[in-house]
Design a protein around this ligand. Sequence first.
Ligand code: C2E
Ligand code: MG
Ligand code: MG
Length: 700
Amino acid sequence: MSLVASSDVMYRLLIQSVVDYAIYMLTPEGVVANWNPGAQRAKGYRAEEIVGKHYSLFYEEEDRAAGVPEHNLEQARHTGRFEEHGWRVRQDGSAFRAHVVIDAVRDDQGQLVGFAKVTRDISERHRYELELLEAKVLAEQYSQEMANLSRFLDSVIANIPASVIVQDLHSQRILLANQQAERLFGGQNASMIGQLPGDCLMPAAVEYLEQQLARGARSSKGYSAETRVDTACGPRTLRSRALLSQHRDGQADYVLFVAEDATEELAAHAQIHHMAHHDALTGLPNRTLFHERLKQALLRGEDSGKLTAALCLDLDNFKNINDSLGHAFGDKLLRALGKRLRRELREHDTLARLGGDEFAVVLTSLDNPEAACVTARRLIEAIAPPFQIEGHQFTVGVSIGIALSPDDHDQAEQLLGYADMALYEAKRNGRNRYECFHLELDVAARQRRLVETDLRTALHLGQLQLHYQPVVDQETHSVTGYEALLRWEHPVRGMIMPMDFIPIAEETGLIHEIGARALNLACQEAATWGTEQVVSVNLSPVQFKNANLVHIVTLALADSGLSALRLELEITESVLLGNSEENVRTLRALKDLGVSISLDDFGTGYSSLGYLRSFPFDRIKIDKSFVHDMCDSREAMSIIRAITELSNSLMIKTTAEGVESAEQMERLRAEGCSHFQGFFYGRPAPASERLTHISKLGGD
Ligand code: C2E
Ligand code: MG
Ligand code: MG
């Protein structure tokens, strides 16, 4: 075998042994001339099936229609080589990605003898390239998102109203510090980032921050604290949290420190707390704080064996000042008063304003009860000198009730209640004084409460009745009218007289209902008498506090049909005391209804003949105490004379009350008294049994 022949054989053998590449020849027209196993493997055709067929079979339908196979050959022919990555079709119709090289083969004369064609199935690689491309696109997208997120986080960190610092756990250097942190802790040097805390923080903050970061680094759950720190913005209270930034594997590289400035919030809380516990007007502790202090004092007193005192204070005529000079004025007085009282107390004693003109004091660690009395006296004396406000000078008095723990009680509520009872007693005993609690006060208070509840029932069950006592005109020898007097027919206690329940009704305000009931009943009963006799109804000074009084009287007349001329209202001098202008207006309005007004119990209490000029009374009732004493006392006699003379000159009728004897009646008549009322003529009796006529001169 020649060398050429043998190399030809070897070459063919080589071609035949190549299985990864399809290697075959095409005729100049593109017809397959031979076929190797690589071609069979790549395209599926056996040699005998394909040799002699046009190579365009390997192209996809569309390519064939577009003349691509011919075009590619043309290019190979023209340029010597055609190369591409493209889609080709196997015998079974499936497509594969191919790397195709078509080389034009020419003989020595340059005559085209055919094409050498090498095709490689690169589907696998192509898929891999596509996946890579997809991954690349995804990675780009992702990195864009990360960049956005990172920018967003940067702006969050820069803008949250807190200081944020991140420290590298190993190098201790600060990796991140937002503006707030720099402003609060930063020293002179511009940025904290990249520096050790000790090198970049203002000196006062170094210890604080190092401590917080160290604690955060040590604690697995994070370390929270509220600390007062000297910062570049002055002393601030920081609410901070330091924690490790953990990896998934539990390793940590960073400590994160976040601190919020709680200074303002805490100040606001403190302010709210102060407002909730202090009186806005005087700045003194209010009722809530007073109770707290009292309870604490009682606990401490228990431990130390010392006494604690609760004092209740009430101003004696504050209401009048407030009403006449105005609230702004009253407020100033209360403030001045608070100051004076406070000055008399020790540091650890509490002075509180409970409301209105009510003050209270807790005195702690007293050695004996007398110590509380000494302080009470001092408080009263401190108030005694006149107050000078807005050019006005005036005095107020204060009444004080004292209760002691443990002597009286060891519970705050009860103790305060006792001090209040003692205060009530002080007021009853003449004001501007103090009174200590004793058990009888409790008994009396209970009694009052009992009467009060009973009285409510009495009102609703109709146990309150009126008895009528005749008023006699000695001139005409006739009963000109009756005074209606309340009686309480108690199912157990029997008949209760007005003196035993009217004061309680006045204290509790029940008098408004009781008074209205007496008025209605008197009008209704009198309307049935069929005479022109007058009925007199007593009005309590307390009833004048009711702005509806005139309306109530109008209704009583309208409901009963009683003529106003037959109704007389009895008031006492105290109605003209205090806020008298308002009361005088009410009296005028009542008089305008047509009813008569008489001044009862004249000569007692605050008596002044001047009252007779302040209102045109229709009648004066001389108090029974003068009538009682007139035969033995020249003084009583001369008072009666003065009253009758003045009344007669003012043409006011006079009724002498409590006439019990003919002698009294005779002397009163000699003095010019026009009317008489008393047991001498008749006792108060139920309407049906009332005395209608007097049979003989004098009593019956
Ligand atoms: P008052 O208005 O001064 O009534 C006269 C009181 O003197 C009556 O007492 C009457 O029973 C009593 N009295 C009459 N004649 C004599 C006598 O010859 N000798 C003696 N020693 N006493 C005599 P009473 O009924 O106990 O009433 C006491 C007070 O109760 C009344 O005094 C009046 O202030 C008050 N009161 C009675 N009823 C009412 C009422 O409906 N409303 C109000 N607000 N007060 C009333
Ligand atoms: Mg009366
Ligand atoms: Mg009277």
